[in-house]
Design a protein around this ligand. Structure first.
Ligand code: HEC
Length: 129
C-alpha cells in the first residue's frame, strides 16, 4: 500500500513537472510582440501600413493591394504555417502576388515574432494557438 502510494505520487509529480516544463517551452517558443512590432515597422509597414491596415497611399497604389492585417475575418482563417511561408518565401510561394516580397533572412525567432505581431492586429482577435 505504501509502495503503491509512492508510485502514484511519483507519476503525478512527473506529470506535473512535464506540464510545467512544456508550459515554459511554449512561452519560450512563442513570438515576442515588441520585437515583432519593430520588425513589422521596418519590413512590412512600407506596404501594409504601420497599423497593418494597408491604408497608406503607397499601399493603395499596389495591385493587388497588400492585405489589411486588421481584417480578422480574413486573417484569422490563415494558419501559422501559411503566414510563415508567405512571409519567408514571398507571395509567389503560396500562389499570391510577387508584390509580397520574400524575407528569407528572417530567422525562426524573428518569424515567430513578426507573426505574433500580425496576429495581435486582428479584429476580431485571433484566438488560435
Ligand atoms: C513591397 C510590399 C510588401 C511588403 C514589404 C510586405 N508585403 Fe505582405 N503583401 C503585399 C501584397 C501586395 C500582398 C497581397 C498579395 C496577394 O493578395 O496576392 C501581401 C499579402 C500579405 C499577407 C496575406 C497573405 C494571404 O494569404 O492573403 C500577409 C500575411 C502579409 N502580406 C504579411 C507581410 C509581412 C508580415 C510583411 C513583413 C515581414 C510583409 N507582408 C511585407 C505586399 C507587401
Amino acid at each position: 500500500m505504501t509502495h503503491q502510494l509512492w508510485h502514484y505520487g511519483a507519476v503525478v509529480l512527473c506529470t506535473v513537472s512535464l506540464t510545467i516544463l512544456s508550459g515554459r517551452l511554449n512561452v519560450h517558443a512563442a513570438g515576442n510582440l515588441e520585437a515583432g512590432k519593430k520588425l513589422y515597422e521596418t519590413r512590412c509597414a512600407v506596404c501594409h501600413g504601420p497599423d497593418g491596415k494597408a491604408a497608406t497611399p503607397a499601399a493603395q497604389a499596389l495591385n493587388p493591394k497588400p492585405r489589411d492585417h486588421t481584417d480578422g475575418a480574413y486573417m484569422n482563417a490563415l494558419s501559422n504555417e501559411h503566414l510563415a511561408k508567405i512571409i519567408k518565401e514571398g507571395g509567389v510561394a503560396v500562389g499570391k502576388s510577387p508584390l509580397m516580397p520574400p524575407q528569407a533572412d528572417l530567422n525562426a525567432q524573428q518569424l515567430e515574432d513578426v507573426i505574433a505581431f500580425v496576429r495581435s492586429l486582428a479584429v476580431p482577435p485571433y484566438s488560435g494557438k
